[in-house]
Design a protein around this ligand. Structure first.
Ligand code: FES
Length: 177
């Protein structure tokens, strides 16, 4: 999982973000945090500390918002996010096996992100598509009536795409040098 990965965060982008929120009081909190996450893909602690100082809003208020809403992430996210439903409709149609297969294929547990930041894996209580149970969402795309075999193929397709993309990136880096 990604915990423990140290990545440098370039805080220069914050200045531009902050300019858009000057003089608007504490009501800026949620849109400000959304803007920071849109920039970095998650909420670096350094960015929240800087925002707290800049706007003179206690850091505890930032963390209150960030930990309350599921949309906010305090750790880096994978390029792809796979969400497996564990709700009742999905559960009775075999969601547990689907989840187990995803865990095996990615080597991740629920809530974890891969070291190479390719995948984040989550389970959710209901994806609102119970008629299609068991349901998996991969990057906003819904896949219904999943079973271990189908989800294995799906994950491997995305893993293959990630591997290809990263090796293309390495080739390009090589040419640029
Ligand atoms: S219970 Fe799985 S989509 Fe509703």
């Amino acid at each position: 999982m990604a915990t423990g990965i140290v990545r440098e965060v370039d805080l220069k982008a914050l200045e531009k973000i902050f300019r858009g929120f000057e003089g608007k009081g504490e009501s800026i909190l949620i849109p400000l945090v959304q803007a920071i996450q849109a920039e970095y893909g998650f909420l670096p602690k350094e960015a929240l500390v800087k925002a707290s100082h800049h706007f003179r809003i206690p850091l505890s208020r930032f963390y209150g918002v960030v930990t309350f809403y599921a949309q906010f992430y305090l750790t880096p996210r994978g390029k792809h996010t796979i969400r497996c439903c564990r709700g009742t409709a999905c559960h009775v149609r075999g969601a547990a096996k689907v989840i187990e297969t995803v865990e095996q294929e990615l080597g991740l547990k629920e809530g974890e992100t891969s070291e190479d930041l390719s995948f984040s894996f989550e389970t959710v209580a209901c994806l609102g598509a119970c008629a299609l149970a068991p349901v998996v969402v991969l990057d906003e795309r819904y896949y219904g009536q999943m079973n271990p075999e189908k989800v294995r193929v799906l994950v491997r397709q995305y893993k293959g795409a990630s591997i290809q993309e990263s090796s293309i990136g390495e080739e390009n880096n090589g040419k640029a040098d």
